[in-house]
Design a protein around this ligand. Structure first.
Ligand code: C5P
Length: 332
């Protein structure tokens, strides 16, 4: 790469994720949990732009769009620092000058959609590119840097649906979704802190994991997605997937109104409603984007007339999107 190319802003799309399954296998010595989760990236994305900032000062970040909280806590800046530390300094190492990052935040924040981790994975990739240092870290080292920033970040380096195990650092790509299943996301405006949800789970399960049924569903889906599954086949499994999340009951305790919203959406749409990660985002599967868009209008109207309760202190985000299968062109 030339010096001129280094100065060209690097643009990365940072997709949201959805947990089609989330099994908690057991508590680890480091206090985190071993997981077994089938994750898919979504067409919904943030946009990260990174360029060299000049010669002095530190890295900077400007966020537009949704409120992403304090800049000091933002995973983009932490990811750039972690990538710089991993590249290292000295003879033979590429220079890692300060970067100016701009993040357009479209993914609901703290919603169970992995936006922060995805921004972090995109930042690692973009920073290495901006420094002309893409060869400085092999894939395993990149994965380790990503895992040090956020448990979901290694998944986003995989570029498609994947089985995620361990604390989130063991990622196996699953190549078998055919077509573009539609997804309707409904994110109520309630704060659900991930550590709180895990803590409630621990309170009722001790050091153990879930009861094993979610783990079985998750293993079965991973096998099926390894072999090949059409959008229609995936939708046909929505009933079992919608309850394949070991954090469902704990999330409902952190955000009590979530149960009523989920029940109202089930009645309204006549479809199973799942929870992504530790919530509060609820999801419904459709065979296509068009059907998810139609359902979004139905939900908007139902929230407006009170059929679906509004909880928290703002409007729910209602977003129709699609699953990214990893087979799309890089520009979509
Ligand atoms: O790594 P990250 O900051 O995304 O994790 C947020 C929280 O989720 C952790 O503090 C922990 O409470 C919980 N967690 C967990 N086991 C994992 C991943 C996350 O207990 N494998």
């Amino acid at each position: 790469m030339t010096d001129a190319a280094h100065r060209t802003p690097i643009v990365r799309l940072a997709p949201a994720k959805l947990n089609l399954t989330l099994a908690l296998v057991g508590r680890r010595d480091d206090g985190l949990h071993d997981l077994h989760s089938v994750l898919v990236p979504l067409a919904l994305h943030d946009i990260l732009t990174v360029a060299p900032a000049g010669t002095t000062g530190g890295d900077t970040l400007h966020v537009a769009g949704r409120d992403a909280g304090p800049l000091d806590d933002n995973l983009v800046l932490r990811a750039i620092s972690a990538a710089r530390a991993a590249v290292g300094e000295g003879p033979g190492r590429p220079p890692t000058p300060p970067l100016a990052a701009r993040l357009e935040k479209r993914i609901p924040v703290a919603a169970g959609l992995g936006g922060g981790s995805s921004d972090a994975a995109a930042a690692i990739d973009a920073a290495l590119d901006a420094w002309g240092a893409t060869d400085a870290l092999d894939p395993a080292r990149r994965q380790a840097v990503a895992a040090s920033v956020g448990s979901d970040a290694p998944f986003f380096l995989a570029g498609g649906p994947a089985l995620v195990e361990g604390r989130g650092d063991q990622v196996t790509r699953l190549t078998g979704i055919r077509g573009h299943p539609g997804i309707l996301l409904v994110t109520p405006a309630v704060a659900v802190r991930t550590p709180d949800v895990f803590a409630i789970f621990d309170g009722s399960h001790g050091a153990g994991g879930g009861d094993g049924s979610v783990r079985m569903t998750s293993a079965h889906l991973a096998q099926e997605l390894g072999n090949g599954l059409s959008a229609a086949d995936l939708v046909a499994r929505a009933g079992v997937l919608a309850s394949a999340n070991d954090l469902l009951a704990s999330a409902a305790l952190v955000a009590p109104g979530l149960v009523q919203v989920r029940r109202a959406l089930t009645r309204l749409l006549g479809r199973p409603i799942g929870l992504s990660g530790s919530g509060p985002t609820l999801w419904t599967l459709y065979p296509s984007l068009g059907e998810a868009e139609g359902a979004a209008v139905t939900v908007e109207n139902a929230i407006a007339d009170g059929t679906v309760p509004s909880i928290g202190d703002g409007r729910a985000s209602i977003i129709p999107t699609t699953i990214r299968t990893g087979q799309e062109g890089a520009s979509t």
